[in-house]
Design a binder for this molecule. Structure first.
Ligand SMILES: [Zn+2]
Length: 510
């Protein structure tokens, strides 16, 4: 019989190794959850709850916060966002790399009515804003246009955006200059947000791009987050030594600058990323006109060959793999050397560029680019100001061949890099997945295991946690993660989604 003095809860997680997210060593404890919140951490022998989770031998950590996703893109269609829930992600930050929904408030309202698995926070995208005001024109903004863009950024911040992202490698952000970004970032700064950047270059030009990010932070007086940090292309391998020094120096001079990273040696983005930026102005039809003109086609080809040899192509067309090509899905999973050979040509960079131009002419797609170095990956990962993040999206299960980071980022860090390779400690990795991103977002009641914090939690086995998604078979959930709790509701139970959508839209200052 339950007496009035018996404390009752919704869920009790018993006897786990509690890593509270702060980076401290673990302690063995129970966690008591009530009304969505962590009600008590400790031991109450008489407490009861309808659901008891036995976490003996398992880690209890705050739910992972993924600072860098594009998960908003299909989250309304695949609302459990199971590829994130299964990784232990309880909060996703979307709207990265310059691209976001707009108006953000409308998107939040739709998300609220659909329901969503993990919590969702958004940044407003510079490319989205610029496109609204200027289309994809290849020129600098006028003063009037800057004012118009500033007011759109302001309205997104009012709607609850946590900051602004840029994608200066992409169209139309590539046509903007530092002054434009500073003008918009200053609006974000006044609203107490931060600036996340997919920099102009991550290969040759990387150091100048880090310098630009630092200058934008200084001139707009706001925190900077360098997105998916890496050194692209063989000639740039090892340059992360310098970029991390630049970050350390900027921090010493008072700039709040942090970074995120995914734990893989390949990138993934549009097939157009290897096209020269000027060739993409005005949209796809304009690109086709340029490809039809022999002189311009040659210039575009030269740019692509350069990118294959020195930058994203990793020196070899075989390093570029088609992830998703809706025009001809049978090409998914093939690399550009294979596709070039299948057309009857030798797989040189020149021939591969021709084949790629023909492909993109018929329709765009996305690729995976094997162009990074493992030493850089480990060096960046170990830096205390780098957090783990996926750069992934909401994935339709078994559709196309997406980058495995969409399924494996967090378990890969905890399995391969923490347990097997000792690149960082378990408590440090958990800090980088929880309280660290929460502090950048200004979330005062998530990211730690503490009384009155939201009960966003993950329970996993540190001995077996492992990513299972591979380049050839990406659609595989990780192993070793048994329970994921979002806002006090069990979303993953014994590794299975429970049909519960308990994620919330998160707004700045709420
Ligand atoms: Zn990006």
């Amino acid at each position: 019989m339950i007496s009035c003095a018996t404390p009752t809860y919704d869920i009790i997680i018993k006897n786990g190794k509690v890593f509270d997210g702060s980076g401290s060593a673990f302690f063995i404890s129970n966690i008591y959850i009530r009304d969505g919140k962590i009600a008590y951490v400790g031991n109450q022998p008489k407490a009861v709850a309808p659901q008891i989770i036995d976490a003996t031998g398992l880690v209890i950590a705050p739910g992972f916060i993924d600072m860098h996703t594009h998960s908003e893109r299909k989250s309304l269609d695949f609302s459990p966002v199971e590829n994130y829930l299964q990784q232990g992600v309880t909060t996703m930050v979307g709207g990265n790399c310059g691209s976001s929904p707009f108006p953000i408030g409308d998107f939040f309202a739709k998300t609220d009515s659909t329901g969503i698995g993990p919590n969702l926070a958004l940044l407003v995208g510079h490319n989205t804003i610029r496109r609204k005001v200027m289309g994809t024109e290849n020129r600098l903004a006028t003063e009037t246009e800057i004012k118009e863009m500033q007011s759109l950024v302001h309205s997104a911040m009012e709607d609850g955006a946590f900051g602004m992202s840029t994608g200066l490698k992409y169209i139309p952000g590539a046509y903007s200059n530092l002054d434009e970004v500073v003008a918009l970032a200053s609006v974000v700064s006044k609203n107490d947000g931060f600036y996340a950047t997919h920099m102009r270059e991550e290969g040759i030009g990387l150091l100048e791009s880090v310098e630009e990010a630092i200058n934008i932070g200084r001139q707009s007086n706001l925190p900077v987050q360098i997105s998916h940090h890496k050194a692209v292309g063989k000639s740039m391998w090892g340059q992360s030594i310098k970029t991390l020094e630049m970050v350390d120096n900027a921090r010493k001079k008072g700039l709040e600058i942090t970074l995120d990273q995914y734990p893989y040696t390949a990138t993934s983005t549009t097939l157009k990323v290897v096209f020269p930026a000027w060739s993409l102005a005005g949209g796809h039809e304009k690109l086709k006109e340029r490809l039809d003109d022999p002189k311009q086609r040659q210039k575009i080809k030269d740019g692509i060959v350069w990118n294959i040899v020195y930058d994203r192509g990793g020196g070899d067309p075989a390093s570029i793999v088609v992830a998703s090509y809706p025009t001809e899905p049978s090409l998914n999973g093939l690399n550009l050397a294979e596709i070039t050979q299948s057309k009857g040509f030798k797989p040189t960079a020149e021939n591969a560029a021709e084949v790629l131009m023909d492909m993109v002419y018929a329709g765009n797609g996305s690729g995976i680019y094997h162009c990074l170095n493992e030493d850089d990956v480990r060096r960046i990962m170990a830096h205390p100001q780098v957090m783990h993040a996926s750069d992934g999206s909401t994935i339709q299960f078994n559709h196309a061949l997406p980058h495995p980071r969409n399924y494996g980022t967090f378990p890969r860090v905890l399995g391969k890099y923490v347990r097997d390779l000792n690149v960082i400690s378990l408590e440090e990795a958990i800090r980088k997945m929880t309280s660290f991103p929460a502090s950048i977002l200004g979330l005062s009641n998530r990211g730690k295991i503490k009384n009155d914090f939201w009960a966003d939690l993950v329970v996993f086995n540190p001995k077996t946690i492992m990513d299972m998604a591979t380049w050839d078979k990406p659609h595989q959930y990780p192993s070793g993660i048994s329970w994921v709790i979002v806002n006090g509701k069990v979303a993953i139970d014994h590794g299975e989604w429970t049909n519960i959508l308990s994620g919330k839209v998160l707004k700045r200052h709420e």
